[in-house]
Design a protein around this ligand. Structure first.
Ligand code: URP
Ligand code: ZN
Ligand code: ZN
Ligand code: ZN
Length: 499
């Protein structure tokens, strides 16, 4: 029956090891793992011989039905989670982003309303802090203590819309630290970008290439470094979203080497596509790739970011899935500044990372699980409920065929958008079955996802894993301060001698 499932004959892969074992799931929870399991009669069996059984992917970064730049992203919580499942992802973390008139709490309620009715898999939420005042501080506290949110994103870009100043960022990070939450940052120097955009206009550059040319890599690296610096001063853990360049990744790497609690998130796009498309002859093709920070115009950034994932300098992967169709991208037909920013990836991420990471020999299968699922679960405090195949964990798994092949195309994908930035990429290594809450939600190209069946993950209140790391650092810091204290005698002879 549907509430009992036995996955037989596969190799169970976690981030710390691999074992030949069967997996028995009942009522949505993994109940047994091993060989020769005794299971109730009538249990449905899936043959996974020769295949890998891995924890379902966790996409740390989506924007489903986001009102943004005068329109709304086309993948909603239904098409978005269906596409996720078709790609082997079973948990998505979306961003609550309040509109100008909205409080954080109102925006949170709206996101829950949009998502709960539609999601086909479990989901969690981060929240974006786009203004700073006492009420926002209170709302952050409420979200953390009552609504299951423990991660807050600030924007250093989108000047005049979402961008915060350094002192405001300092306040948000301090608040995060007080609440035991993780600070997240969109790191790009928005003020300088606005000036460079004006320069492009003066030069008569109005096409999508202007998007890339007005957002140089240095502005991403500078802002990344600035965010890391502010995080250090506020002693707050930091998660840098959508790491798009080598030099930004290096800032994260350097800080980690010095022991700071910083995480970097490359996305499917930065690992598997590049910025040469901004110069494509076809406007629509070029505009389809417009996202911020932009894809970098060289073939070496993707492989470099993959190397940093492999050596642990970068931690988790998302997609920043935020899709707009041709007619929406056309809002910026005469001015690249008005092209809605965002690309696809929620369905493609696992296959792209396998193809570019495992097939190339950079990642082993355990590292693949780490960077697509387990690390994200740890950082955002949903581990081992998510991110692990273990007894007691949720029955969210993907059965992976390392030999299966396909060519990515918008013509065949499940994402609602009419373009795919990975169009034509030959993938080797694909999900063949996706199990969501113990039920087969995708099998051999067939989706059987249930609308509204996903649950909101409100277990994320205190960022335990991250703060364990941070508190160790704090102890050492306080010890050092104590050691530096000088014992002064106010009546020392030398002082008195002056008179
Ligand atoms: O271009 C992007 N990244 N669109 C989504 C919003 C954001 O900045 O994450
Ligand atoms: Zn962003
Ligand atoms: Zn084209
Ligand atoms: Zn984003």
């Amino acid at each position: 029956s549907q509430h009992r499932l036995l996955i037989k004959g596969g190799r169970v892969v976690n981030d710390d090891g691999t074992q030949l074992a069967d997996v028995f799931i009942e009522e949505g929870i993994i109940k047994q793992i091993g060989l020769n399991l005794v299971v109730p009669g009538g249990t449905k069996t899936i043959d996974a011989t020769g295949k890998l059984v891995m924890p379902g992917g966790i996409d740390t970064h989506t924007h489903f039905e986001l009102p943004f730049m005068g329109t709304k992203s086309v993948d909603d919580f239904l098409t978005g989670t269906r596409a996720a499942i078709a790609g082997g992802t079973t948990t998505i973390l979306d961003f609550v982003i309040p509109s100008k008139e909205q409080s954080l709490l109102e925006a949170y309620a709206q996101w829950r309303e949009r998502a709960d009715a539609k999601v086909c898999c479990d989901y969690g939420l981060h929240a974006a802090v786009t203004t700073w005042n006492e009420q926002v501080a209170k709302d952050m506290e409420t979200l953390t203590k009552e609504k299951g949110i423990n991660s807050f994103k600030v924007f250093m870009a989108y000047k005049g819309v979402f961008m915060l100043q350094d002192d405001e960022i300092f306040q948000v990070f301090s608040k995060c630290r007080e609440l035991g939450a993780i600070a997240m940052v969109h790191a790009e120097n928005g003020s300088v970008i606005t000036e460079l955009e004006k320069e492009m206009s003066t030069l008569g550059i109005t096409g999508p290439e202007g998007h890339l040319l007005s957002r140089p890599e240095k502005l991403e690296a500078e802002a990344t470094n600035r965010a890391i610096t502010i995080a250090e001063q506020t002693r707050c853990p930091l998660y840098v979203v959508h790491v798009m360049s080598k030099t930004a990744a290096e800032k994260v790497t350097e800080a980690r080497l010095k022991g700071q609690v910083v995480f970097g998130e490359p996305i499917a796009a930065s690992l598997g596509a590049d910025g040469s498309h901004y110069f494509h002859k076809c406007w629509r093709h070029a505009a389809a790739h417009v996202m911020s920070p932009p894809l970098r115009d060289d073939a070496t950034t993707g492989p470099y970011l993959m190397d940093l994932l492999a050596n642990g300098s970068l931690s988790a992967t998302g997609t920043d899935h935020c899709t707009f169709n041709a007619n929406q991208k056309a809002l910026g037909k005469d001015d690249f500044r008005k092209i809605p920013n965002g690309v696809n990836g929620v369905e493609d991420r696992l296959a792209v990372i396998w193809t570019k990471g495992v097939e190339t020999g950079k990642l082993d299968v355990n590292q693949f699980v780490a960077v697509t699922s387990a690390n994200a679960a740890r950082i955002f405090n949903i581990y081992p409920k998510k991110g692990r195949i273990s007894v007691g964990s949720d029955g969210d798994c993907v059965i992976w065929d390392p030999e299966a092949k396909k060519t990515i195309s918008a013509a065949t994908h499940n994402q609602a958008c009419d373009f795919n930035i990975f169009e034509g990429l030959h993938c080797k290594g694909l999900p063949i079955v996706t199990i969501v809450a113990g039920k087969i939600a995708y099998e051999n190209g067939q989706l059987n996802a249930v609308q509204g069946s996903g649950k909101y993950l409100d277990t994320t209140c205190f960022a335990e894993y991250v703060y364990q790391k941070l508190n160790k650092r704090e102890q050492i810091r306080e010890q050092k301060i104590q050691e530096q204290k000088i014992e002064r005698d106010p009546y020392a002879g030398e002082v008195l001698d002056i008179s």
